[in-house]
Design a protein around this ligand. Structure first.
Ligand SMILES: *[C@@H]1O[C@H](CO)[C@@H](O)[C@H](O)[C@H]1NC(C)=O
Ligand SMILES: *[C@@H]1O[C@H](CO)[C@@H](O)[C@H](O)[C@H]1NC(C)=O
Length: 403
């Protein structure tokens, strides 16, 4: 029901856009929300008493990514522990790891355990810093999908941290962050710099997505519709996007329901904090990224972006886009995975498919009640999820070269 209303609203939004001039519409979509003043350190991390510094690095294709480096108030900076990179999901950014209460937020927990915590922010999010030559108003700025986020953004973040710390990097991903991780780990030049990985709501295949809301949008080809309309950036914090969100959350639809319709039922998420979360989320992404994700749902493949036959021939020298071969992830790379029985995006059947193709046997944590958002925002995330992840990381530290 919620999904029906939301889809109806979304469709009427698109229809009204067709009636208006296309130019007005994309202008409205490009109007950026005034993002919080200062960086993520000043806005969310330092106020909790954690030392934090802002960093930036540039990808091969010219995007300037923001990174934050966080440590425990009680750690002497010269004695930082092993570096860990946190890589967020779709419509999220580095704030995702610090939005829960301090005792339940993974970013703070890892810092308190002595890890040298690095927070990643992919291109297009509020905490990344644009492009060397393109403006966010240019359609070329939004010409990427998770393929570039994996091979360029994640690859560059890992390389940067590896070179600053002179140490292999622990990687933690959530949702799209796990798609990026698994795709990146198939590349030996990237996986060679990774110590081990913990994947929350791991995704490579999206064949069994059960999210009612997402399946509706896939069915109505929303991805293709918006691209055809010349909308390159998906920003729900644009003026128009905000209006739609307000309508959906305050008026006809309970935002909590809406979240369940998208992500699956979350057992342990504190919905009275939703206004606080909406100060940060959703972050923008590209329409092309949505299209790539929908391609995966339609085709059931874990492959590069499908441009169509002729352009595939041009870009890949093949009619079909090359797959990311999970079997080529080194079996020596230790992996831990946490997944939930109520997750409508990282479905259990798809997780099993991923496990079947990986050459190694990851350590697994299965939580029957957990939905997609619980893994970040559960009121018991530390006890339910992160203690197990930390035990896994601790078991790796024994074999960790610099320790
Ligand atoms: C958070 O953890 C600290 C240290 O373990 C403890 O003293 C404090 O009571 C906890 N706060 C909450 C709200 O649980
Ligand atoms: C849920 O959030 C509200 C508002 O921030 C807070 O007062 C309450 O203590 C939270 N409940 C739990 C179980 O953390």
């Amino acid at each position: 029901m919620a999904a029906t209303v939301a889809v109806a609203l979304f469709s009427s939004l698109l229809l009204s856009a067709v009636v208006n001039s296309a130019e007005d519409f994309s202008a409205a979509f490009n109007l950026r929300d005034k993002s919080p003043i200062g960086g993520l350190c000043a806005y969310l991390i330092e106020p909790s008493g954690f030392p934090c510094s802002e960093h930036a690095t540039q990808t091969k294709d010219g995007y300037i990514l923001g990174l934050q480096r966080v440590s425990s108030p009680s750690v002497v900076l010269q004695q930082r522990g092993p570096p860990v990179l946190l890589i967020h999901g779709l419509f999220m950014a580095g704030d995702a790891w610090f939005m829960n209460s301090p005792n339940q937020s993974l970013g703070f927990i890892l810092a308190n355990r002595g890890f040298d915590v690095w927070v990643g922010n992919v291109r297009g999010t509020h905490w990344s810093h644009g492009h060397v030559s393109l403006s966010e108003k240019d359609k070329e700025f939004w010409d990427w999908s998770w393929q570039e986020l994996a091979l360029y953004d994640l690859g560059e973040m890992i390389r940067f941290i590896y070179s600053v710390t002179d140490s292999k990097v622990f990687v933690v991903g959530h949702s799209q962050g796990t798609i990026m991780s698994l795709a990146a780990f198939t590349q030996p030049d990237i996986s060679g710099m990774v110590a081990s990985a913990a994947l929350l709501c791991p995704i490579s295949y999206l064949e069994h997505v059960t999210s009612r809301f997402v399946l509706r949008l896939v069915h109505m080809h929303l991805d293709e519709v918006i691209m055809t309309m010349g909308i390159h950036e998906l920003n729900f914090k644009s003026n128009l996007g905000t209006q739609v969100m307000d309508m959906m959350c305050d008026g006809h639809l309970d935002c909590d329901d809406m979240l369940s319709a998208i992500t699956g039922k979350n057992c342990c998420f504190n919905s009275s904090r939703i206004d606080f979360y909406l100060e940060f989320e959703p972050h923008p992404t590209s329409s092309k990224n949505l299209h790539h994700l929908f391609q995966m749902i339609r085709k059931g493949t874990f492959a590069m972006y499908d441009y169509g036959m002729w352009k595939n021939l041009k870009y890949y020298s093949h009619i079909k886009p090359p797959i990311f071969d999970l079997a080529s992830i080194p079996s020596s790379l230790p992996i831990w995975m946490g997944y939930g029985g109520n997750d409508a995006l990282a479905d259990v059947a798809d997780v099993q498919h991923t496990l079947k193709e990986l050459p190694s046997k990851p350590d697994l944590l299965y939580l029957e009640d957990y939905g997609h958002i619980d893994f970040l925002l559960s009121v018991n995330a530390k006890e339910d999820v992160y203690d197990s992840m930390l035990a896994f990381f601790s078991s790796q530290l024994g074999t960790f070269s610099s320790y």
